[in-house]
Design a protein around this ligand. Structure first.
Ligand code: 8DG
Ligand code: MN
Ligand code: MN
Length: 389
């Protein structure tokens, strides 16, 4: 074991934003286990522990091959004692007792089901869990008070649990483009989030909208949502300028990634015919054959209808902040977090989705493209497809 003389040894940088992390990697059998422990720590409001497991998983995603022994892990950063214990057990026994008992635990399963509801964050889910609630069905049965967002979340729960495909995302892109150009010609629309990173499925579809003439984008969101509403394409929408408070109870509560862009959390009504037109494969008869006999009140089952519900996030940014917004909304969440940590700890800079501030020079650094931001930060440019940390 002499790392420098070993041609197979690679130098693994310790911040995820210094590394290339492809979407497909060789160690999902380990990363999935570590991410369950990370998720569970988040459910228990232990952010430090949650991030530690997530960083460990991320390092394994960046490895060029499958881990076969603990020897393969020498010289790797971010692998704490606990993560190493878990990895060792999986390598030796095929699974980890801690991971399996977590996966099976009533709390983990209930928290997963409850936080899986649109509009329900860890805090709310935890309160409901302590009141004996375990699932969306429990909420309906017990007549639990819900806000408007959560009502939509429960109503479209089944649909929103189903992954959104790239073809569905492309159909929605066309719709959003049509809406935006109808209300503001010349506006630019960019697909963000997981789909920009090359994912084939996602839990939602994210868009960033801007206009080359600064100021033209002001007040744009209500115009877009009104157009979509008139077309009958929106099942739910909430537009906010500063979503700080909402996010305090959302899944990203702890991420400190909040911004003040005008944004819209929405649920689209997506016609299945539009999707089967777009995809080259033929439409199946499955829609009809699997239709459910009955619907519980308050729930929509898309098997029985010609459409499905899809979560869509829209964000409007002024042109001068577009590069920062692009970087901030591409993800992954860990990649974003690591970028901000790198900026602060290594460069005395402060990065947000709006700007990059240099504390040493006391000035804001301008950027038109993501590449320039990486350069200011002294980082090699990492393309979106390799930000899957
Ligand atoms: P998925 O939907 O396929 O599951 O994955 P994703 O696209 O990576 O996750 P996402 O939850 O849709 O988030 C997309 C990006 O948006 C991610 O990098 C984090 C970022 N993001 C939020 N909320 C906020 C926020 O309030 N401010 C900023 N600046 N970024 C945010 O999700
Ligand atoms: Mn997304
Ligand atoms: Mn999103």
């Amino acid at each position: 074991p002499k790392p420098n003389g070993d041609p197979t040894a690679m130098l693994m940088k310790s911040y995820a934003c210094q590394r290339r992390t492809p979407l497909k990697h060789h160690n999902s059998f380990l990363t999935e286990a570590l991410e369950i422990l990370s998720q569970n720590a988040e459910y228990n409001d232990n952010e430090g522990r949650s991030v530690a497991f997530r960083r460990a998983a991320s390092v394994l995603k960046a490895l060029p091959r499958r881990v076969r022994s603990m020897q393969d892990l020498r010289c790797l950063p971010c692998l704490g004692d606990h993560s190493q214990r878990v990895i060792k057990e999986i390598l030796e026994d095929g699974s980890s007792r801690e991971v399996e008992s977590t996966r099976q635990s009533e709390q983990y399963q209930a928290m997963k089901a409850l936080t899986g509801i649109f509009g329900v964050g860890v805090r709310t889910a935890d309160r409901w869990f302590r009141e004996g609630l375990r699932s969306p069905d429990d909420l309906i049965r017990r007549g639990q008070q819900l806000n408007r967002e959560q009502q939509a979340g429960v109503q479209y729960y089944d649909d929103l649990q189903k992954p959104v495909t790239k073809v569905e995302a492309d159909v929605i892109s066309d719709i959003v483009e049509k809406a935006v150009h109808a209300v503001l010609p010349g506006a630019e629309i960019q697909l963000m989030g997981g789909f920009r990173r090359g994912k084939e499925v996602g839990h939602d579809v994210d868009f960033l909208i801007t206009h080359p003439e600064e100021g033209k984008e002001e007040g744009l969101m209500p115009k877009i949502t009104n157009w979509l509403k008139e077309q009958g394409l929106l099942l739910y929408q909430k537009t906010t300028r500063n979503s700080y408070l909402e996010k305090m109870d959302g899944p990203a509560r702890a991420s400190s990634n909040m911004d003040r862009f005008e944004r819209c959390f929405s649920i689209f009504k997506l016609q299945k015919s539009a999707v089967s037109c777009k995809s080259s494969s033929t439409a199946s008869a499955e829609d009809v054959s699997t239709a459910r006999e009955s619907e519980r009140p308050g729930e929509h089952h898309s098997e029985a209808s010609g459409w499905r519900a899809v979560r869509v996030d829209l964000v409007v940014s002024p042109y001068s902040q577009f590069a920062f917004a692009t970087l901030g909304w591409t993800g992954s969440k860990l990649f974003e977090r690591e970028l901000r940590r790198w900026a602060g700890q290594e460069k005395h800079m402060s990065l947000s989705s709006h700007a990059l501030y240099d504390s040493k020079q006391n000035l804001y650094l301008r950027a038109k493209k993501e590449e320039e931001i990486f350069a200011y930060l002294g980082l090699e440019f990492i393309p979106p497809s390799e930000r899957n940390a």
